[in-house]
Design a protein around this ligand. Structure first.
Ligand SMILES: Cc1cc2nc3c(=O)[nH]c(=O)nc-3n(C[C@H](O)[C@H](O)[C@H](O)COP(=O)(O)O)c2cc1C
Length: 251
């Protein structure tokens, strides 16, 4: 609360951005097991309708063009069996790499859209069961399509500490962490930057989940992580790079 008040004061004085205040207010998490009984209003799915207006019923014509659109599910059950480095490479390169790479890097493009091609997102990888890849923390170097090893060590304890003891995640083959560097977009879009960054994280992660499904992998997006654990692991305490999303992937 103290930190939030400080940020609001800084915002009023013009020393902080709207997104700094939003980030401060939204970074804490309360886990589902913090309530004894899950309240019904957390379960009921709402649908907006206009009952008094005319309606035209559509055909239930499920397109099979992208099979994973209908078969993707968030899965919390993985078989602990190593996947190949090739499978991992194929997923990471296709979702986050430079799939259009002309001579001028400023014209390069990726498979997910980015407002003004500012690409504020960064991708990190935590392999837990990938052949020929030691456990640890890796950063995806987009330009060179390479994994930069930032830390080589067993990640089990960190995974549990970061996710409030979600043991099923340990059976995943790898975790992807998506962070955002808002200033890359801010330079062009000002205060709308955070909005765009979050939308882009959605585009990227949906591509990850769909391609994973097509490649025979299961996935589960994880928004329930302890912010400070990611910040200290990635060593981004003192820079404007924010943890946005995590995805567990596995067989
Ligand atoms: C923003 C976001 C955050 C989520 N966070 C978690 C999470 O922390 N843990 C988890 O087990 N599932 C998480 N999920 C998965 C949802 O529970 C899941 O998408 C939802 O139950 C719908 O099921 P489906 O993905 O199989 O269609 C998250 C999904 C989204 C979109």
């Amino acid at each position: 609360m103290k930190k939030l008040k400080k940020k609001i004061a800084e915002f009023i004085n013009g020393q902080a951005n709207a997104s700094d205040v939003f980030y401060e207010q939204s970074k804490n998490i309360s886990f589902e097991d913090s309530v004894e009984v899950i309240p019904q209003e957390w379960i009921t799915i709402h649908f907006k309708t206009y009952p008094r207006m005319p309606k035209i019923v559509l055909e239930k014509a499920l397109s099979k063009k992208i099979k994973s659109l209908s078969s993707r599910r968030s899965t919390r059950l993985f078989i602990k069996k190593d996947i190949s480095f090739k499978l991992l490479s194929s997923l990471i390169y296709t979702v986050a790499g430079l799939i259009f790479e002309p001579k001028d890097m400023d014209d390069s493009r990726r498979s997910y859209p980015s407002a003004g091609a500012r690409y504020p997102l960064e991708v990190y990888l935590i392999p837990l069961g990938v052949k020929s890849l030691k456990q640890g923390l890796y950063h995806y170097n987009v330009k060179e399509n390479a994994l930069e090893a930032l830390l080589i060590e067993d990640m089990g304890e960190w995974v549990l500490a970061c996710t409030g003891n979600e043991k099923w995640i340990l059976d995943a083959n790898f975790l992807i962490i998506i962070t955002g560097i808002p200033d890359r977009s801010r330079i062009k879009y000002g205060d709308r930057e955070f909005r765009y960054m979050l939308i882009e994280a959605g585009h990227l992660s949906q591509n990850i989940c769909l391609l994973a499904t097509e490649l025979g992998l299961r996935s589960c997006p994880i928004g329930g992580f302890i912010e400070s654990q990611i910040i200290s692991l990635l060593d981004i305490e003192n820079i404007r790079e924010y943890p946005l999303y995590m995805i567990a992937l596995g067989k």
